[in-house]
Write a protein that binds this ligand. Structure first.
Ligand code: SAH
Ligand code: MG
Length: 240
């Protein structure tokens, strides 16, 4: 619905890559995602509306064009749905997506919470384990060469991560502490001119939790520039 949109709609994204409106003869900077990969992303299990996933594909293509040769990293892969959109762009650009997740689920994925899926519990240990489903999603999409799983806790991995990123996608723990910690730990790793994407940003508290919106506001205050909004996805550019 139009009310969900702010900033530039995705169809205008080419102007963001090339500045003024392209000549019709110029190369298309945002080629369509290969049909099979897009179908796999749409069919995959998880929490990424198609319109927002398509915006991830565009954002990642732009990011890899702006910062060639640097990888993408997402925090919060779950069963690999967003990983297909981002991994497809990584493959297109000849880089990789690092998909960081401890695969034990966020607070809201645990038993008794709104977003719990009981079949994703490992019955022997009684804990969530989305890694097998993630691996299968990436395998079925044919993206094992472009999507590298980092299985671990974000604040444990972050301090040892030194590679600057063309794109960072934050979609991990949505509580206040996890979201702000991910913001503080990982956004300094976004390359100059690189892209920061944040999911589940709801300006109206009636639509969802505050922390993703709060870190989006921090990003703006810290000099990230908003490039696009699609649904609850915000796409920002590291201007520094
Ligand atoms: N992007 C996914 C949805 C992510 S759900 C999709 O497209 O469907 C949030 C994920 O963040 C969960 O899989 C959870 O395990 C992970 N997560 C939460 N806190 C984390 C932390 N501290 N470190 C690593 N992963 C975390
Ligand atoms: Mg999300």
């Amino acid at each position: 619905p139009a009310a969900d949109w702010a900033g530039w709609p995705i169809r205008d994204s080419r102007s963001l890559v090339c500045g003024p409106v392209n000549s019709a003869s110029g190369p298309d900077p945002t080629p369509a995602m290969p049909d099979g990969l897009r179908a796999a992303a749409v069919a995959a299990r998880g929490f990424m509306p198609t319109e927002e996933g398509d915006a991830l594909w565009v954002a990642a293509l732009e990011a890899t064009a702006a910062v060639p040769g640097s990888p993408l990293l997402e925090i919060g892969s779950y069963c690999g749905k967003s990983s297909i959109w981002l991994g497809a762009a990584a493959r297109h650009a000849g880089v990789v997506l690092f998909a960081l997740d401890h695969h034990r689920g966020s607070e809201e994925n645990q038993a008794g919470w709104e977003w719990h899926e009981p079949d994703l519990v490992d019955p022997e240990i009684g804990r969530m384990d989305t890694l097998p489903r993630f691996r299968r999603t990436v395998f079925d999409a044919g993206l094992e060469g472009s999507v590298v799983a980092l299985v671990g806790d974000s604040p444990t991995v972050g301090p040892f991560w030194g590679t600057s990123l063309a794109l960072l996608f934050i979609d991990g723990g949505h509580g206040s502490e996890p979201a702000h910690r991910d913001y503080e730990l990982w956004t300094p790793k976004v390359a100059s001119g690189g892209t920061l994407c944040i999911h589940d940003v709801f300006p109206d508290p009636a639509d969802g939790g505050r922390p993703p919106f709060e870190i989006y506001q921090r990003a703006l205050a810290d000099g990230f520039e908003e490039r696009r909004a699609v649904g609850s996805l915000r796409v920002l550019t590291a201007a520094r």
